[in-house]
Design a protein around this ligand. Structure first.
Ligand SMILES: Nc1ncnc2c1ncn2[C@@H]1O[C@H](COP(=O)(O)OP(=O)(O)OP(=O)(O)O)[C@@H](O)[C@H]1O
Ligand SMILES: [Mg+2]
Length: 349
């Protein structure tokens, strides 16, 4: 019989999340039977589940009643490839999360997009998926043991440096498998959730809503659990009012029904690899590659101190003249950056 302290606690939490509602009167006995421990051995586990909010005990004494608490954990390891992300969500995760509709849509979308990515792009053998609900947020972790997102992108585009793959991912509309995919999953998932952290190949891509980076430590812990190909961890606040639809609408310039992904926002600082300074025409060409797939590209110059004359000329004069159908919109430009942009003759429309 296994000692209770040796039981994988996440398996116990997952079992409790799924089973407590069905066993209000005999929860402890069921737990003991399922994990092959004595009832005395199950006692401390049940108390831990109570402390952590996975179960709530009422009518104490010798005839306690158990009910689901505010905490939920659903952790699964699945073999790849061949996972059906929608079936996995519907059958193994969604029924126990009890989320309001707007958040349920966001979590469903984020879950299925990231599981699909691992299945289709990672070349991985397994996938760990964890969805955790606390009193104030839902956390998702999707971790595969594959090639790593940035290596996959760098190979597909023959990039000279894997760090440039972070820039390509941030732009959106890149897929290494354009026959079957459109390069939207990471772009929209990272904007639909409150915090998004994708780690792979020693690099990371992160985004968060507003100034606060919610639960930074919890996300970092989740991401650190496995040495992996790609790990994606995300947080969705239970107080969130946003809908998934609003996130899609924000990147459509035409009528919302078009669902046309034609606006992007590019963090220019991601083009700063190597020497760091944005000076050359080749750096500008790297930045503008695939810009012609959008109608408007907003260039976020946050954390860029200055840019060189050739870089600015290539971007704001040469590219603009060659692509009149693409509108460039500089954002957050520091004074020296702005001065260099104006020297090219560029005037925002
Ligand atoms: N888990 C992963 N392992 C390896 N590469 C990945 C992984 N996730 C994403 N990628 C790479 O990042 C690219 C962009 O992913 P994203 O989800 O944004 O688009 P997509 O999956 O290609 O298209 P869509 O999501 O619209 O079906 C992928 O084409 C792939 O090259
Ligand atoms: Mg995808």
């Amino acid at each position: 019989m296994p000692r209770p302290s040796r039981l994988p606690i996440d398996a116990v939490r997952t079992w409790a999340t799924r089973e407590v509602a069905a066993h209000p009167r005999d929860f402890t006995q069921q737990l003991a039977a399922h994990f092959g421990v004595t009832r005395a051995g199950a006692g401390p586990l049940v108390r831990q589940l109570e402390r952590e909010g996975f179960v709530v005990r009422s009518a104490g004494g010798t005839r306690p009643r158990f009910a689901p608490g505010p905490s939920r954990l659903l952790a699964e390891r699945v073999a790849l490839p061949g996972v059906d992300e929608s079936a996995l969500w519907e059958q193994r995760f969604a029924p126990w999360l009890d989320l309001p509709d707007n958040l349920s849509n966001i979590v469903h979308y984020a879950f299925t997009e990231m599981v699909n990515n691992a299945n289709d792009h990672a070349g991985a053998a397994w996938l760990d998926v964890r969805v955790m609900r606390t009193v104030d947020a839902v956390y998702l972790a999707v971790v595969d043991d594959g090639i790593g997102t940035f290596r996959r992108i760098a190979q597909a585009l023959a990039l000279p440096d894997e760090r440039l793959a972070v820039l390509e991912l941030a732009k959106g509309k890149f897929s290494s498998d354009p026959q079957r995919h459109s390069g939207e999953g990471v772009f929209f998932t990272s904007r639909a959730v409150d915090a998004f952290l994708l780690r792979a190949n020693g690099l990371e891509y992160r985004r968060h809503q507003g100034e606060r980076w919610p639960a930074r430590q919890r996300l970092a812990d989740l991401a650190a659990t496995t040495a992996a190909g790609t790990s994606v961890v995300m947080a969705v606040s239970l107080a969130g009012q946003r809908t998934l639809r609003e996130t899609f609408d924000a990147y459509t310039l035409g009528a919302p029904e078009d669902y046309d992904f034609d606006r992007t926002v590019v963090p220019v600082k991601l083009a700063q690899v190597g020497s760091g300074n944005l000076l050359s025409r080749s750096q500008a060409k790297r930045l503008t590659s695939r810009f012609e797939r959008f109608r408007r590209v907003e260039l976020d110059f946050a954390e860029v101190q200055e840019i060189g004359q050739a870089f600015a000329d290539e971007l704001f004069r040469v590219f603009v003249q060659a692509h009149p159908q693409v509108e460039l919109v500089p954002l957050n430009a520091a004074l020296p950056v702005n001065a260099m942009i104006r020297r090219t003759g560029f005037r925002p429309s």
